[in-house]
Write a protein that binds this ligand. Sequence first.
Ligand code: SF4
Ligand code: SF4
Length: 385
Amino acid sequence: MTDSATLPREDETSNSETCARAPVGLLAELTHRCPLQCPYCSNPVDLERANTELTTQEWQHVMRQAAELGILQIHLSGGEPTARKDLEDIVKTAAEVGLYTNLITAGVLLTKERLARLQELGLDHVQLSIQDVDAANADRIAAYKGGSDKKREVAKWVRELDMPLTINAPLHRQNIDNLPAIIDYSVEVGAGRLEVAHIQYYAWALKNRAALMPTREAFMKTVEIVNEAKERLKGILVFDFVVPDYYAKYPKPCMGGWGRGIMNVTPSGRVLPCHAAESLPGLEFENVRDRPLADIWLKGQAFEMFRGTEWMKEPCRSCSRKEIDFGGCRCQAYALTGDAANTDPACSLSPLHQDWAQVAKEESHKPSPEFVYRRMGKSGPAAGA
Ligand code: SF4
Ligand code: SF4
């Protein structure tokens, strides 16, 4: 295994370096099982089944290897990570090896006793997702009844246990008008951070783009609302605001740059540079069951493919922003142009940008179609959607 002591972390190296360095974070998708069915779920459309999941010991081995590699934070995600009965064992090992542990949860399966036990074992932070503050609309979006009351209760327990809380509220056409109420809710439940992320259109969200795409006018209003709230709530609530690519001038540095700061391990142990990377052809995704995590990070074909800037085509190749946004999202570039090495059409310098923005304009003004819900095996509209 590579000696992690020789690997500087991302914050210790300049952007221009294309060599691998220790990632800051690892997203551990412990399972794809989830009682909710959000139509924008970032999990792949082909969800991994429970019988393929890594065992407790295998996840514990991942935690130890992550710490050796120099990773600082583990994001325990899913699906719904609390669907795993051995979450306690995984958290305990992660804490023992010195990782900062963040539980990303929809909350509906938690009890206060379990949360307290997880805290005792070393859980550092809870990130609770909500679908809306309007309970009926939240039920409809998640195709799950009664989630809102339970989530409010979970938020209360987190604060009673004196743990830091982030509210994660994916924003889209079906809840965008409630943004002021979502901000009030976050303050009311004692969150220190609110992640208001406009939906990114991959996987399930791409199937549901027309049902989720807000109008440009509605999006611009959210910018005003967030800017005003940021000022008003200084020292109370920190905002992470992610704008929709379709209305942006330049793309985001997707994953902070391919193979630069974050890695993703799927429920069955496949190691990905980003959670949507399996949609790309020609990449080999190795498994923690077969190769050490550090080797995969440093030398894995999928990580090397788009690391740095050498792979870029024009207009990215000669662009002054190439080490700021790294050409945007490879998965989006592939989905929309057929070539993952092309400039992400979210960029206004992409020859396809205007067509792409036009799609957003048209879809956001048409009546919304029914959701295609995120389901294991089959997907489809639910009654009443
Ligand atoms: S986005 Fe919704 S369906 Fe997907 S894992 Fe989270 S709660 Fe479950
Ligand atoms: S051309 Fe490429 S590097 Fe330049 S701003 Fe657009 S996506 Fe970023």
